[in-house]
Design a binder for this molecule. Structure first.
Ligand SMILES: N[C@@H](CCC(=O)N[C@@H](CS)C(=O)NCC(=O)O)C(=O)O
Length: 364
C-alpha cells in the first residue's frame, strides 16, 4: 500500500492515479496540507503528488515515478520498444506535463463556474479538516493564490488569453484525429504518452465545467479516451503498437515542437542569464515576464540525453517529423547552463525542487 499525498482535483495526481489503477497497485490518498513538514523532510518539497512507500522511502515527480515503477515490473512496459516511438512518447509526456499546464490553470481559475467548483473542492479536500480558518476566507485565499500565481503570474492576460485557449483547442483537434483511428496515442495499448496526457485531460479539461463542455462538443473521441484510460488494464491480447509515425501523430509532434520545445529553449536561455522572469514568444504570441523554471531546464536535459542516445538513422527519421527551427534545441543546446538538478541521477528519490519558486511562481 503506497500513500499518495495530493488532492482529488490535482493534475499530476490524476496522471499517477491512472497509472496505479492500470497496474492494480493499491494506494491511499492523503492531503498535502497538514503534512508539509513530513513531505519537506522526506523529499524536499511540498507538491502534488508525493509518494511514501511502506519501507519509508519517498518519491516525487510523476515522470521518474512512472519510470521507476515500470522498472519494477515484469509485465510488458508502458514505454514503446521502437526507439523512435519511445522518443516521441517521451516528448509527448513532457508536453503534457509542462505545456498544457498553462491552459489547464487558465480555464480552472479564470472562469467563475470553474473556480467556484475548484476552490470548493480544494477546501473540502485540503483545508476543512486541517486548518481552523473560516470557509469563505479560505476559499477567497485559494482563488487569489491560484489566479495570481498560475494564471496572471504565468503570463495569461487579455492579450495572450486567445492563444492560451487555442493551445487547448489545438490539442483537442490533434488528439481527436488520433483517437478516431486508434484507441491510444501510439496504438491499441496505452503508453507513457497516454498516462501523461491524463494529467491535463482527466482532472482539469475533462472535469472542470468550461473545458469539459468544450471537450464533449469538439472532441468526443478524447472524452471517450479519458474514460477508457481510467478503466484500462494490461491486456496481453492487445499489444500492437504502431510501427511508424503516421500523419496524425506527426501533426501532434509539430505542434509540440512549436509550443513546448520553443518554451523549453527560451526558459533555458533565461535560466542561463540568471533571470527569474523572461518574455516568451510562442507562435507569435508574446507572453510578458513568465517565470523561469530550473526544473524545466532539467526536463530539457532529459530530452537531450534521450535524443543523444538515438542512432543516426533514427535521429534523421525523427527530424522529418519535428519542426526543425524549434526542435534543434534537442541536438544543439550548447549555450545552455546546466540545471545541476539530480546530478546523482536518483530521481524520483532525489531531493526535489518545485517547478516554480517555492510552489507558485514568484511575485513580479
Ligand atoms: N513535476 C511534478 C510536478 C508536481 C507539481 O508541480 N504539482 C503542482 C500541482 S498538481 C503543485 O503541487 N504545485 C505546488 C503548489 O501549488 O503549491 C510531477 O510531474 O509530478
Amino acid at each position: 500500500m503506497m500513500r499518495v499525498y495530493g488532492c482529488k482535483i490535482s493534475y499530476y495526481t490524476g496522471k499517477l492515479e491512472t497509472y496505479l489503477r492500470y497496474r492494480s497497485i493499491s494506494y491511499e490518498n492523503l492531503p498535502t496540507v497538514g503534512n508539509e513538514h513530513k513531505l519537506r523532510t522526506g523529499i524536499g518539497v511540498v507538491q502534488m503528488p508525493v509518494v511514501e512507500l511502506d519501507d519509508g522511502r519517498w518519491l516525487t515527480d510523476t515522470t521518474p515515478i512512472l519510470a521507476w515503477l515500470e522498472s519494477e515490473q515484469s509485465a510488458p512496459s508502458i514505454y514503446p520498444e521502437n526507439p523512435m516511438l519511445k522518443f516521441a512518447a517521451n516528448l509527448i509526456e513532457d508536453y503534457a506535463d509542462e505545456w498544457l499546464w498553462r491552459p489547464a490553470m487558465h480555464y480552472r481559475w479564470s472562469y467563475r463556474a470553474d473556480r467556484n467548483y475548484a476552490a470548493q473542492a480544494l477546501y473540502d479536500d485540503l483545508i476543512a479538516n486541517n486548518r481552523s480558518m473560516p470557509r469563505l476566507i479560505a476559499i477567497q485565499i485559494l482563488k487569489s493564490r491560484q489566479f495570481n500565481g498560475f494564471v496572471r503570474g504565468d503570463g495569461v492576460t487579455t492579450k495572450t488569453r486567445e492563444h492560451v485557449e487555442q493551445t487547448y483547442l489545438t490539442a483537442l483537434d490533434l488528439l481527436q484525429a488520433i483517437f478516431e483511428r486508434r484507441r491510444f496515442v501510439l496504438g491499441d495499448t496505452p503508453t507513457n504518452a497516454d498516462f501523461a496526457l491524463m494529467g491535463p485531460m482527466l482532472r482539469h479539461f475533462g472535469q472542470d465545467p468550461t473545458p469539459a463542455e468544450i471537450m464533449r462538443n469538439r472532441a468526443p473521441a478524447v472524452y471517450e479516451w479519458v474514460a477508457r484510460m481510467w478503466n484500462v488494464k494490461p491486456d496481453a491480447k492487445r499489444l500492437k503498437p504502431i510501427t511508424t509515425i503516421d500523419q496524425v501523430l506527426a501533426n501532434l509532434l509539430v505542434e509540440i515542437s512549436k509550443t513546448h520545445l520553443s518554451q523549453l529553449r527560451q526558459n533555458a536561455q533565461a535560466y542561463s542569464k540568471n533571470l527569474t522572469r523572461y518574455d516568451q514568444t510562442i507562435q507569435d504570441c508574446l507572453y510578458v515576464q513568465v517565470p523561469t523554471s530550473r526544473y524545466r531546464v532539467w526536463c530539457l536535459e532529459e530530452l537531450q540525453h534521450a535524443w543523444a542516445a538515438l542512432d543516426d538513422n533514427t535521429q534523421a527519421k525523427l527530424r522529418q517529423y519535428l519542426s526543425p527551427l524549434e526542435a534543434s534545441v534537442l541536438w544543439d543546446g550548447n549555450s545552455i547552463m546546466p540545471s545541476y538538478y539530480d546530478t546523482e541521477k536518483t530521481a524520483p528519490f532525489n531531493r526535489a525542487i518545485n517547478v516554480f519558486g517555492r510552489g507558485v511562481p514568484p511575485h513580479h
